[in-house]
Write a protein that binds this ligand. Structure first.
Ligand code: DGJ
Length: 725
């Protein structure tokens, strides 16, 4: 549909979501409404209902704020497009804007996801020689995506300083929620009022970072998992980035996001264009609904991992750099015996890598440590019926490596050498074709030779002073795209190869990298007490099958906290399960218990990896309840974890959200199997009970008197339709 005159309202409806846009012929779309499905309504009156009186100044009133807010229209916040031709052409206005609404999106996923509708609007600015485009998509899941592009039609170079699309949210959004953290303490939620001004979350390290906002949400005061209207945005991009929440004196509340460009990083030649990464946006009546749209969107992708997620063993915290073949083989035997399906050899296998000071970039098996190559290990792993995974850090280089000695020009730098080290390492500039080809060829050779099924792709140094030598021009944008190309090339050379996005733990968790990765390493911290929080909040963006969750040692290597195996394993089963523990030093009793937990995971994994994720809003934060409910609500599983000493004794009731209110369910305690709750501490229902879905969500069940850092898993099965319905 081509519209060129007048002002109209376009109503998009998908997945329980309505989006109403104001379209006119000299402005990019303005979002008037985004939220619950309005039904088949007449849209014209919505234009009238939402038209803002302007008094004597459009500058104060901002009657129309487009998806790319324009300074020239009177918007006094950050403009959507900031750029210039050495000081000229910095204020954009449009001679004409055309809007194209299509059912089918551009070919190739994720652009061609079935069932989506897209509004592509193109504004031409002849005075400044620019063509500016926005693309807004509403997907079958009810998820929104927005991006913007700018093309330089002028004769000389146009520098894009920032391109930051904006999505207005409802005026009831009074509170902001996002995440922060640090290495080994990722995804810690933080809240604040949505006051006037801007709340800005930037990432300048060439990756979202351990402190990544991940999702920036704005909602009704006190919104929780199950209550309160809330909107949220995430940037599908693995490089420098910014998310902002901006509230103007004229009453607009915007959620925005885009790439942070370094000075001079994107100067467009004639006819060249730049696109911002996708800003992925969702809403819900509570965070569960918001998050379920993202999960459904991800699960609809053709590349989404659908095969049973293999339980893995990662040897890092078992051996670190101490690669001793008999020990590694013993781990393989023990792992296979407890039900592990994939064995991952971590850092330390390549030339010169005896510790973290040397070797990165020299992707050849160290023949001092591995005189017969990796085959003695990989052959046995395969004989035991397990897949084999191998650790790489493809974008990194140690100064003490043949690679750095032979090609110092392949390291990033801005004229004063390679800059500050971090973990004794530097970043390899994949923008040099030679560097890119070297890494691709080395990885390909090893993947082919050893039948590698899985690459753990690490990234332990932020991009600081990331200048492309010899000029020193910024290279983060190119590096981000080159990393994507490297992953894509490997995946196309080795169909079925899986990749884990690890970044010293959870420093690169975003939907850009997840277009080519099959799971993320949530955090280097595998202390189950900490993981309860980190996994819960990471799952706001990613469903459980994409979260790497491991059972670690009894005494955690990061925090020094000691926890029972039931709690460690019961925490790790709620994701893509792994083991990262020196099984050769574990008692037979513990190995048997671990095997039981692996079996519990396998019995639950189909449900866990396809069901809707739900979390109860805690009345006491000491007691955390989360669950997965099958799409047809015929079954569910819940985990009840006590993570602090509860305020009351007994701890009060828990509710099981997300079930069918019209069905009766049988609730059974399935793990731990050894009576984690003593008879004196167990409510009557733990022996098994039948209750309606509505009763389980509204009335709830008394929580067992669990000790701190213990948990129980419940299996819930529909037995019949409830009477009276
Ligand atoms: C950081 C990762 O997050 C760890 O799991 C491990 O792979 C080390 N790097 C290896 O150097």
């Amino acid at each position: 549909m081509e519209l060129s005159t007048g002002v109209i309202a376009e109503h998009l409806r998908r997945g329980g979501t309505s989006v109403v846009l104001r379209l006119e012929d000299t402005e990019l779309p303005c979002l008037l409404y985004w939220g619950t499905d309005l039904g088949d309504v007449e849209t014209g009156p919505i234009l009238e209902a939402t038209a803002r009186p302007v008094g004597d100044s459009v500058v104060y009133a901002n009657p129309v704020v487009a998806l790319l807010p324009r300074h020239s229209s009177g918007w006094l916040g950050r403009p959507g497009l900031v750029g210039s031709r050495a000081g000229r052409s910095w204020s954009v206005s449009f001679d004409a804007v055309t809007h194209d609404v299509t059912e089918a999106c551009t070919p190739g996923w994720p652009d061609g996801a079935p069932g989506a509708v897209r509004v592509r609007s193109t504004g031409t600015d002849a005075v400044n020689g620019l063509v500016v485009t926005t693309e807004l998509e509403l997907h079958a899941s009810g998820l929104l995506r927005l991006r913007a592009g700018v093309r330089n039609t002028g004769p000389d170079g146009y520098e894009v300083v920032s391109l930051l699309p904006a999505l207005p949210v409802g005026e009831q959004a009074n509170e902001l929620l996002d995440m922060t953290g640090r290495h080994s303490r990722e995804r810690t939620p933080q809240r604040r009022p949505f006051d006037q001004g801007s709340w800005v979350r930037e990432a300048w390290g060439g990756r979202p970072g351990h402190d990544s906002a991940t999702m920036l949400c704005a909602g009704e005061s006190g919104f929780g998992f199950r209550r309160g209207r809330v909107w949220g945005v995430h940037l599908a991009w693995s490089g420098n980035q910014v998310l902002t929440a901006e509230r103007s004196p004229s009453g607009w509340r915007l959620l925005r996001g885009g790439e942070l460009l370094l000075p001079g990083e994107r100067v467009l030649a004639h006819d060249e264009e730049y696109w911002s990464p996708w800003l992925v946006a969702s809403w819900g009546e509570g965070l569960d609904e918001l998050s379920s749209r993202v999960h459904r969107f991800l699960r609809a992708r053709p590349q989404h991992p659908r095969s049973a997620r293999p339980v893995l063993l990662n040897v890092w915290e078992a051996v670190y750099f101490d690669h001793d073949l008999p020990h590694l083989l013993d781990l393989a035997e023990k792992a296979a015996a407890v039900g592990v399906e994939r064995y991952v050899l971590d850092d330390g296998w390549f030339r010169g890598r005896r510790d973290d000071t040397a070797g990165l970039g020299d992707w050849y098996v160290d023949d001092g440590v591995w005189p017969d190559g990796l085959a003695p290990l990989t052959d046995r792993v395969h004989e035991l019926g397990m897949q084999f995974g191998l650790w790489f850090e493809p974008e990194m280089v140690s100064l003490d490596s043949d690679l750095a000695r032979e090609h110092p020009e392949w390291l990033f730098g801005t004229g004063r050498g390679p800059g500050v080290p971090s973990r004794q390492q530097h970043v390899l500039d994949l923008g040099h074709p030679g560097a890119f080809d070297h890494v691709l060829e080395r990885m390909s050779e090893l993947v082919a030779r050893y039948g590698v099924d899985f690459v753990k792709w690490d990234h332990n140094r932020p991009l600081v002073d990331a200048g492309h030598q010899p000029t020193g021009v910024p290279g983060v944008h190119v590096q981000t795209l080159a990393t994507y190309r490297l992953m894509d090339a490997l995946k196309s050379r080795f169909p079925g190869l899986e990749i884990e996005s690890c970044c010293g733990g959870g420093g690169r968790i975003d939907l850009g990298v997840m277009e080519r990765c099959d799971r993320v390493w949530v955090s280097d911290n595998i202390d189950a007490h900490e993981r309860q929080r980190m996994q819960r909040w990471t799952s706001l963006l990613l469903p459980p099958e994409l979260l790497g969750t491991h059972v670690g040692s009894a005494r955690d290597h990061t925090t020094g906290r000691s926890l029972d195996l039931d709690f460690r394993a019961g925490t790790a089963v709620w994701g893509h399960l792994g083991v990262e523990w020196d099984l050769s030093a574990v008692s037979d009793t513990d190995l048997d218990e671990l095997a039981e937990w692996v079996a519990v995971h396998k019995s639950l994994r189909d449900l866990l990896h396809t069901g809707d994720v739900v979390r109860a809003d805690p009345t006491d934060p000491a007691v955390q309840v989360e669950g997965v409910v099958a799409a047809d609500r015929s079954e569910a599983a819940y985990r009840v974890a006590v993570v602090e000493h509860p305020l009351t004794d007994p701890p009060g009731r828990i509710t099981l959200p997300g079930l069918d209110p019209g069905r009766t369910y049988r609730v059974e305690l399935v793990a731990p199997s050894d009576g984690a709750v003593s008879p004196a501490d167990a409510p009557a229902w733990v022996k098994g009970v039948e209750l309606g879905g509505r009763v389980l969500e509204e009335v709830g069940l008394v929580c067992p008197r669990l000790a701190v850092d213990t948990l129980v898993l419940l299996r819930v099965t529909a037995v019949r339709r409830s009477a009276g319905r």
